[in-house]
Design a protein around this ligand. Structure first.
Ligand SMILES: [Zn+2]
Length: 454
């Protein structure tokens, strides 16, 4: 097995079928955790190499970066209470069962979601976890441990819900925590796990769930706390017209005005969805450098609307990609999300305006920018060696010509190899160290036991 984890040990990923990088037709050289050299077509690396991986069957792209997910929702996919509903009724239906989650179910849900992401070519797993019922107070710790075990890079955002339906919010009281408990745990996990250094394998952000699930005080104090730790902020915003109506009646303003009022209009913030913005709001968000995670699969499933990706990018907002929770996707396949992004944006902007390279860019460089990272998201010397390698050997690719376009247009969903920080984590389509059969059995058994209604 080709490895390149040791510092100074050089692995040449040689002569790829295609690669999403300039001047690297002959492949790339990886040393330690980083890419150190591009090899032009027909050439050899400038220096000696210790190992060679023949990539002539592979299309090589930067590892995909997921910037929005809720791993726990893998336990309630395609749930009869929630299917065929728009966001607010969907949420209210699932709130009635999510409180039943147990620590072991949550651990397995995280493992399932992160493994699915990895298999789809994702090397950085973002998760927005906002459910902390009794017994799950250490949810962030669990997610960090699972990511480390799988070897996937993680960006875990400590989510929160503190505004219950008794106080005018949407979630039931049983699923909320008080602001002080949330802020105290947020500080704890920032101190314990957040690594601001380039090459970090674990980063932590703060993520009050949405305007309709937390208090104004929590929004403000989360922003202050994140600023003190140099950490980023994340929340759901602009997902549905119901949210617009809620903000008007609860706060007397639109969601973007609310964001500004609580100190969130800056370039350390990225938002999930970002659909229902006016032209003036797009300009304000772009001018402030607020990032937006586009979640095409979820937006189509819940019929929430279409993200204004092109206008946001033109205004200055980084645009990334996310699968969103597995109860509104209902999978955790980011490569599938790339294809969905291409399709829904073509429907919005036209066939010539959005290409497969745009969709791949959102899932890589755009997502990296949302997370405030310049060490991942591209295949370039000096960047972390996070790579996804796909073959075109399934029947669905037969007859395909442009290999990079084929990945998106023919519908690649499963990577053959995935490298994170210079180490192979998926080989021959299998995640290292995970028995997917046993994981499936244990996770689905708990999903039925805890959430089954039939
Ligand atoms: Zn979400």
């Amino acid at each position: 097995m080709a490895e390149a984890a040791e510092p100074g040990r050089r692995l040449w990923i040689r002569d790829p079928l295609a690669i999403l990088a300039e001047g690297a037709g002959g492949g790339i050289v990886v040393a330690g955790t980083r890419i150190v050299e591009h090899v032009p077509a027909g050439a050899r690396p400038a220096g000696p190499v210790d190992e060679i991986f023949d990539a002539s069957r592979h299309v090589v792209i930067p590892g995909l970066i997921n910037t929005h997910h809720h791993a726990f929702q893998t336990l309630t996919r395609a749930h009869p209470l929630a299917i065929d509903k728009p966001l607010f009724p969907w949420l209210k239906a699932l709130y009635t069962v999510w409180g039943r989650i147990t620590p072991e179910a949550f651990r397995l849900a995280t493992r399932v979601a992160f493994t699915e992401l990895l298999l789809s070519g994702c090397t950085t797993a973002g998760d927005h976890h906002y459910l902390f019922p009794r017994g799950l107070e250490d949810s962030v710790d669990v997610q960090v441990a699972e990511a480390r075990d799988l070897g996937i890079r993680a960006f875990v955002t400590r989510g929160s819900m503190s505004l219950s339906d008794r106080e005018g919010g949407l979630p039931p009281e049983a699923l909320t925590q008080d602001d002080d408990a949330i802020l105290s745990d947020s500080e704890r996990v920032l101190n314990l796990f957040h690594d601001p250094a380039p090459g970090a394998m674990v980063q932590i952000g703060l993520a009050p769930c949405s305007p309709f699930a937390v208090t104004k005080r929590l929004m403000r104090e989360s922003a202050d706390l994140a600023a003190r730790h140099g950490a980023r902020l994340h929340t759901h915003l602009g997902e549905t017209l119901d949210e617009d109506g809620y903000c008007q009646s609860m706060f007397g303003c639109r969601p973007v005005e609310y964001l500004e009022e609580v100190g969130w209009l800056n370039d350390r913030v990225w938002l999930a969805h970002g659909i229902h913005f006016t032209d003036a709001e797009v300009a304000r968000l772009g001018g402030a450098g607020v990032g937006v995670c586009h979640c095409p699969t979820s937006n189509m499933t819940l019929a929430s609307g279409r993200c204004r990706t092109c206008e946001l990018e033109a205004a200055g907002s980084p645009v990334g990609l996310g699968v969103d929770g597995s109860a509104s996707n209902d999978s955790s396949n980011l490569m599938e999300g790339v294809r969905h992004a291409l399709m829904i944006n073509r429907l919005t902007y036209g066939a010539e305006a959005v290409t497969h390279l745009d969709a791949l860019r959102w899932a890589t460089e755009g997502s990296a920018a949302c997370l405030g990272r310049s060490d991942i998201g591209r295949i370039a010397p000096g960047r972390e060696a996070d790579l996804a390698l796909f073959t075109l050997e399934e029947l669905r690719f037969s007859g395909a010509h442009d290999p990079l376009a084929a990945l998106v247009l023919c519908g690649a969903t499963r990577a053959d190899r995935v490298m994170v920080a210079g180490r192979w984590r998926v080989i021959d389509g299998q995640p290292l160290g995970v028995d997917t059969g046993m994981l499936h059995e244990a996770h689905s058994r708990l999903a039925v036991a805890l959430f089954g209604t039939l």
